[in-house]
Every structure is written in structure tokens, then in C-alpha cells.
Design a protein around this ligand. Structure first.
Ligand code: ATP
Ligand code: MG
Length: 253
């Protein structure tokens, strides 16, 4: 049986050295929905996101307390292998970061690491992933060209395809469109809505219109606290907390 919530975050705290960055976070992330995380710069959005696939642990001064369950298993328990968690929980970053390799190799990279060697199997994964990321038609005739030769928006979709190729369950996106022009941004937003059919998506965004456009649930953070977490419609039309209201109406942040 799979839990209704992909992640259950229970009284989670995080420190960088002596500085606490997250305070008593409680949050349940529903499966196959889009959850947006908003809030002013420095409030802890990226920290929370990077915790969910334990990327945060690459920073040695980080300490945590509390529980984060992924499908009912605490991700901090030793038996939870970090590598395994990361195959289920993929990540797309703010700046498109393709490898300096061909388009094909970028997407085949993850499956190859997981031991898939057969060319026909890899070909299939690459095509499926590129189609899933809505970029197949644009690149199918130049799969062997370097991914650096693509536009920023195309590179970001290659990065999404690279993420899809490992067949994740959850996709974490940290401001995936902030480096992109408006048209590429809309394409990625359409894509994210499409991906919701098969994946759970957690997206950090500075763009409140974007959160309102694409997400089902919205989390508003401030100074390391989760101030309010609820249906996106509710957050934007009838926030419960004055601080949320001030933020979404642009009174601060
Ligand atoms: N590697 C680090 N070492 C020490 N402190 C850090 C580190 N990374 C982040 N912080 C601190 O933790 C707090 C939260 O940072 P975080 O990057 O999570 O914020 P954010 O909400 O993603 O901000 P932004 O919108 O600017 O990306 C900030 O006070 C930041 O200075
Ligand atoms: Mg950030």
C-alpha cells in the first residue's frame, strides 16, 4: 500500500552550524499534485527542498531534528539508502545545468549509471523521456549534438528529461523558470501541469502568479517557518494568516 502523502514532514528543524534555518516544519505533500513553496528570499525554501532528497547533507555543517517520511519511511533512517531515495526523488535546478555532453548522453546518463547498457533500451528511454519533457520534436534530429547548443528553455527541458529518465516518483524543482524568458516559462508551466498526471511535483517559485497558475497546494514560508499551507485557491483568495495576506498582496517580500 502506498501512502496518500508522498512526504510527511513532522516537526522538522534544520541548522547551518549554529544558525537555525528551518523551525518546526509540519507538512504533508499529497501524491500526484503540484505543491508550490513560496516566500521571500532567505526564508528556507531551497533548504527544505534539498532536504527532501537529502542533498542538503552535502553541506557538512548541517544538522537536523524531526522526521521526514517518504512513503512511510523516515528518510533519515540509516537503512534508507541515499542513492535509492534520489532515484525516487529527482531534482531540477534554477539554472539549466546539462552536462557538457550530447543531448542523448544527457538523458541516457542516469539509466546507464543504473546499469542499463543495451542500446535499444537506452534509445527507448531517451525518446520517452524527451517526449515526456515536451522537447522530442525539437531535438530528435540532433540527438548527438552538444546540449550546450540549445536555448535556455530547451536546456531546462533536457534537464527535466534527464530527471524523467530515471523514472522518479517525485520531482523537486527549485525556481525552474526563473532563468527563462516568458515563452519558455509558459512551455515549462504547461509541461509541469502535464507531468502531474504521473508524478508528484514540488516547486519553489518566486513568482506568485506562477504558483497560482499551476499548483494545487501552496506553502508560504517566512524566516524558516511554514506560516500557512493549504489549497492554492484558499491561500490566494482567503489566506488565514495576516503574514500570508501581506506577502501575496505584495506588502512585503
Ligand atoms: N550553505 C549554507 N551555509 C550556511 N547558511 C546557509 C547555507 N545555505 C543557506 N543558508 C541560509 O539559510 C537560510 C535559508 O536559505 P535558503 O537558500 O533555503 O533560502 P531560499 O528561501 O531558498 O532563498 P532564495 O529565494 O533567495 O533562493 C538563509 O538565511 C541562508 O543564508
Ligand atoms: Mg532558494
Amino acid at each position: 500500500m502506498t501512502a496518500a502523502n508522498v512526504f510527511s514532514i513532522e516537526d522538522f528543524n534544520l541548522w547551518y552550524g549554529n544558525d537555525q534555518a528551518l523551525y518546526h516544519i509540519n507538512m504533508a505533500v499529497p501524491r500526484k499534485e503540484i505543491t508550490a513553496v513560496i516566500g521571500p528570499s532567505g526564508c528556507g525554501k531551497s533548504t527544505l527542498l534539498k532536504t527532501l532528497n537529502r542533498m542538503i547533507e552535502t553541506i557538512p555543517i548541517v544538522n537536523t531534528s524531526g522526521i521526514i517520511k517518504y512513503n512511510d519511511n523516515n528518510i533519515f533512517e540509516k537503512k534508507q539508502m541515499v542513492e535509492e531515495l534520489r532515484t525516487h526523488v529527482g531534482m531540477v535546478f534554477q539554472k539549466p545545468n546539462p552536462f557538457p555532453k550530447s543531448i542523448y548522453e544527457n538523458v541516457a546518463y542516469g539509466p546507464k549509471i543504473h546499469g542499463i547498457k543495451k542500446k535499444n533500451v537506452l534509445d527507448e528511454i531517451v525518446e520517452k523521456s524527451l517526449r515526456g519533457a515536451a522537447i522530442w520534436d525539437e531535438v530528435k534530429d540532433r540527438l548527438n549534438q552538444n546540449a550546450y547548443g540549445l536555448s535556455g528553455g530547451q536546456q531546462q527541458r533536457i534537464c527535466i528529461a534527464r530527471c524523467l529518465a530515471i523514472e522518479p516518483d517525485v520531482i523537486l524543482m527549485d525556481e525552474p523558470t526563473s532563468a527563462l524568458d516568458p515563452i519558455s516559462t509558459l512551455k515549462i508551466e504547461e509541461l509541469i501541469k502535464e507531468l502531474k498526471k504521473d508524478y508528484t511535483i514540488i516547486i519553489v517559485t518566486h513568482n506568485m502568479q506562477q504558483a497560482a497558475r499551476i499548483s494545487d497546494k501552496t506553502a508560504f514560508m517566512l524566516n524558516g517557518e511554514l506560516v500557512e499551507f493549504s489549497d492554492t485557491d484558499q491561500i490566494f483568495s482567503n489566506p488565514k494568516d495576516k503574514r500570508t495576506e501581506d506577502y501575496i498582496t505584495g506588502r512585503f517580500g
